[in-house]
Each structure stands twice: as structure tokens, then as C-alpha cells.
Ligand binder design. Sequence first.
Ligand code: TNX
Length: 777
Amino acid sequence: MRSKKLYFIVFLACLGLCQSCQKEIALVATETPIHIIPQPNALQYGEGYFSLTEDTQIRANASQKKAIEPVLAKLRRLTGLNLMVRTDEQQPMVSQITLIQNDSLQNEGYTLQINEHEIRIEAHDSAGYLYAMETVLQLLPATIFSTTHLDTSWTLPVLAIQDAPRFQWRGLMLDLSRHFFEKDYILKTIDRLALHKMNVLHLHLVDDQGWRIEIKKYPKLTEVGAWRVDQEDKHWSARLPVKAGDRATYGGFLTQEDLKEIVAYAAARNIEVVPEIEMPAHVSSAIAAYPSLSCFETPIGVPSGSVWPITDIYCAGKESTFTFLEDVLTEVMEIFPSKYIHIGGDEATKTNWKICPHCQQRMKTEQLHEIDQLQSYFIKRIEKFLVAHDRRLIGWDEILEGGLAPEATVMSWRGTKGGQEAAKQGHDVVMSPGSHVYFDHYQGPQNEEPLANGGFSPLSKVYQFDPVVASMTQEEAAHVLGGQANLWAEFIPTTDQSEYMIYPRLAALAEVLWTQPERKDWVDFSTRVKTQFERYKELGINYAESAYLITASSTVDLQRKAVNVALQNEFPDTDIRYVLGDQEIDETAISYHTPIELKETTLLKASRFEDGKPVGRVFVDTIVFHKGVGHQVQYSTPYHKSYPGAGETSLVNTLRGTKNFHDGQWQGWLEDDMEITIDLGPTELLRQVKVGALENQGPDIYFPTAIEVWVAKSGVDFKKVGAIERPFVSSGDAVLKDFVIDFEPTEVRTVKIIATNLKKSPKGTSSWLFIDEIILK
Ligand code: TNX
């Protein structure tokens, strides 16, 4: 890829990575593309190649050999080479991989020096050796990640790398409760985490919709709690309530043996598996198994879908709750040797606690005055138990409420605020903000992506994530252990979909958590990630190519009564070409450079081109011009300042909103109706009004319940020409709809449109009305 030869001088002393290499190295680049993810922290290019051959042997002691075993096994399988490991001190071999202990290196760090005869690896711990070998794999052609033996020559470029992670916690969470992932998929995920030099796998083993870990003392947790009524064909929020004893067939769980195998497999790849045992909320599955764990002991079923608010929670008053939890945690600690045990702690609605005699009694005895303090009591008590067993408690940022347990670590998900607050109080934190690293969020244009859980975190946004918040003091920053992405699985029906949501965003996250900020570079990453795609293909990963998808953003030129459509995707330097009208998109398409000016209704198609040919999904959009375009709109009820769309001309600018309600095209009214008047100046013959609306009941956006159209010749004396009604209908999906109001053709100057807001949702919350365009015909 690099056509020019590059000359690099790197002062390693400045990077402080390696004592023994504190000398200037000036090496000349080879022509080989070196595309490593995460980007190493220092890299000097050389000239020439090292070849892996029948003669190549590995010099390592027993523990070094063990450290690199997973990669070595892969190398042997793929290359068909012996790659014998020699532990004896002998004369230099003709071709060797040498592993050397270097205690001046950082934890998990390594140096890699490749010349024509030797790959020399130095590290301080087994993680360092393993990661050096992971880098070696990435210096080979992507086919090294294939699953079958390949008869080809394997060469690596001459170079030198000094590398170490920026953060010690580089995590991914899998939610096994909402979707049950089988053991094999988890093992595969561990291999893939290691490839990205990620070192924490957080398993969300407990939630309302399924208990996924065998606990020998409480067999019903899995006999009952691991199974729910199969409503997988319905949208998560549209699943019907269930009762205790309903036939429950969807689910599964991991036995203690399975989990021990997972833990060992992960440990061999420098990955710590952190179990999450939720409490006091998100535990309907446990209460379904043992109703006595709740305040009022009412029998419930394991819910098949959404539960909100979460009121079926553990009783904080009864001693038996704590006996149960200590028993469970004892078994958990026997399976998981991890330093941290995650206890959840999020989203508890404590209405039962307020009226439960046991909880009230507990508050009295413990002199707790507020209900949040009871949650804090709960968590502190569990922390004491964990600390007594030499473990550390970690929980979601709600554990801050009512006072943090003395040694707790906070996982900040509601932005980074909770994390910063905890760091201020001197606690360690892991940053996992929904804004950047929730892999259940959309990563591309919502209209073109498989159903996800709202939100928008495209690849470039994940890449922008920094676990250290700019306003943190040095002391606070030192408490940031690292970061983590969470794959919540309400909208993950298959492992294929799980892969789609994780990759390539995991590559961006890996670089965020490993590479020093000054070495991060989006433009460079976007080139390297394409090689990562090649590796994913070899590994059979169903990765997302959403970053390639073309989107349009447009502006209106009122003077010229024209729309300027800009085309882009996430990657810089994409060859985008387009055609206007009915024509197929082929070699004759026009190269896109600057926004396209349109003055009439036009069908626009665009595609990414490679080697002169269209590849990937074709972008198709019709820009509809109509009689209202560019005319003045007066608002009798102003739109909400949080959703201004594109401003005063938003409703008559031809530009349509997408299912992503943050896309800048939607104007929103909260509880208010929309009442607007459009002045068509002198007059126009009108026969139809279309009102473009969005419904997404999850975030309380509802279609209008009625629309009225009034017209006037002069701007006064309006007469009603049409109206429709549309009563509320429950729906789980985001839906776009144009409401059409036809009427007798009428010569008009002003048209008034009133869309009625539902005002209060069935949940009792304030409802939004979202409108993107008023189309006048
Ligand atoms: C909030 S993040 C939750 C999860 C949901 C997730 C969906 C957190 C600690 N709690 O229970 O699955 O949102 O994005």
C-alpha cells in the first residue's frame, strides 16, 4: 500500500518503553503493507524479509513456550511447519524465533525485532510473549487466519516494534441472559479478543430474562430461571407478559464444567473472565425460581422480553436473601479466579422496598433514612463478603447512589460522569459509556441496518472514545483502569448478528485501549482496518461493512430553490460515484467530488467503486420537490429546542429524516401539537398534503392522532379542507410514514396544518411528535 519509502527515526527513550533499546534506529521501509491492529506504540521499518521455513526453530523456556502455545498451534496448523521449540542453550540456529525475558518491560508489553535470520521477542510476562506472537501473525498475509493448511511461503518484513498497552482493562461484555450464547461461541470470541489484544471478557450471566450459570445449591435457578416462554418471533418490547408455570422452552445455561473450561481457555490467552451476578435488580429469573427472594414472594414467570420499570427485585430486609447471595457467590468464586466480581447494581426500582416490612425494619435497624441508602447497604454488605474472600467488587455506576462501598470499582455506563465522580472519590473505574461503546447500538444508517437497540455508535465514534475524560486531574485519570464495550443482547437473535455488531467496532476499541493517543490516527486506521476485514473473512466472522455505506446530507439553497446533496461514508478517500434518474449504476457513473445540485424531483443512486466497479450496497434516494419547497413556515407552536431539525425551513427542504431520530431532520414537539402555516405567496393550486412522521414508541415518539388541513386565499379566513384521524396503536418497531390528506383542488395562498400530539403515552410519560417534511401537491 505504501508506495513511497518511509524513513523513520524513533527515539525510544521518549516513549519510555524499553531500557535496552534506548538508541536511535533509522531503518528503511519495505514495500510491504504493515497493518497491525491495535497500532503498536513504536515501529521502525527495515528492509528485507524473514522467512518461516522447515529450518525455523523456536528458542524458549518452558513457561515462554506455554505463553505462546495458542498462537504456535495456529501457526503450525496453517503453515504445516514443525516450528520445534528448543529449550536448550545452543549455537545460533539458521532461522529462529527467540524469546527473552526482559524485566524492564511493562506488564503485557513486548519488543519484537525481526531481521533476516531471527525474530527476537522480549517480554516481562506471558502476556507480552503472547502479544508479540499475535503481532507476528498480523505481519503475515491475512491467509494465516484461514482455517485450513495453506501451501505457500510465509515471510515477515524486517522491522522493530516496541509495544505496551495504554490501559490494563480492555474489555468486552457478552449478555448471555437476553440471548443465550453457547460455549463454543464464547471460546471463539476469546480467540478473537486475543487477536485484538483485549484482556477482559465480562460475562453477564444473570438478568431478568434468564439465569445462565449452574449453581449446585440452588438447582431451580437453572431448571426454572434459565428458560422463558418462546416469543423470539416478536419485537423485544412487544413480548407479552407471562405467568409462573407457563411453558418455557427458550434458553439454556452453562454448567460449572463449561465455565471452568471457558476460564482456562481464556487464561491461556491472557483474558480474565469477569462474571456478573446481577443484584438487587434484573433478577426476575431468580425470583421466578425462588419467589421467597423478593419482598412479597409473589410467583412470577421468567419474562420473555422487556421489563420496565424493574420492581421485582431481591428483598433487602430478609437475612435469607444474603445467605442465598453468599452461597451463590461462593460457587461463583470457585469457578472464576478473577480479581473482580461484578455485582451489577443497575436500574433497581425500589417501590417494593418502600412498603416491605422487612426492608423497613432493616432501614430502622441500620439507621438508613433514604431508600438509596438501602441499596448502598446491600452493596456494601456484599462487598464485605467479597473482600473477605480476597476479591474486589465492581458494579454499574448506580452503586454510587447512597454512598459507594469502600473498595468498590465503578463501571460507568451512563456516560462517563459516574466514572469521573468515582475517580474523584478515589475509586478505580472502567469506562463503558453508552454514548460510544454500546455495541447493541446502530453503527450505520438506521434504515439500512438490521434492527438494533436505538442509539448510534458508528466505527469512527468508537474510535474517538477516550476513557480518560479531558477534565480529569492526573490523579483521577490514574484511577481509570480502562474501558469496555457491552453487547447487550435484546436485539441479538443469532451469533451471526452478534458478530455483525462486534466487528469491526472491536478493532476500533482495541486501538483506543491499547495505543497511546498520539499514535492514534483515524485515516491510518481506516486503511489498516481493511486488512483486518481480510482477516475477519479468513476467520469466517460476519463483520459489518456499515462504515462503507453511503449516506447523504443535504442543504437547501432558498435563493436558487435548489438542494445540494453531499455524499459520504465513514472512510476517507472512498471512490464514490453516482447516477441521476432511472439509469443503472455502472462504469459510466459520475465520480463524486462536490455536492450535487438538484432543482427537481430526482432519483439518485450512488455506490462505492473499487477497480472501476461498483461494490457493496447501492445508495438509493429520491429527492422529492413539491410546491412548498423553500417557502416560509410560521410556527404557532414552536418546535422543541432539543429537536429543531434543520431549522425554520426543515419542513419544506425536501430532505427526509431516517429512523435515527437524531439525524438532524426531525422537528419534535413534546406534548404540544404541531401547528404551522406555510405561505405560498401569490397562490398555488393544491390538492394534497402529506405529513412525514416517525413513530418509535421505545423512546416515546408517537404518530399524530389526528391531522387537519386548513387553507386560505389571503392569509386570513381559513377553511378546513381535509382531516384524518389515527388512534394510537401499540408498535415495537421504528416506523416512517407519510400521512396523506387529499382534498378538492383549491387555489390557495396559505395552508395551515395541525397535527395532534398523543400527549401522554400509555406508560404515562410525555409523548413526542416528530415531523420531517410537509409535502404540498
Ligand atoms: C441498560 S447498561 C442496561 C441493560 C440493557 C441496556 C440496553 C446497564 C447497566 N443496564 O440492562 O440491556 O441498557 O442498551
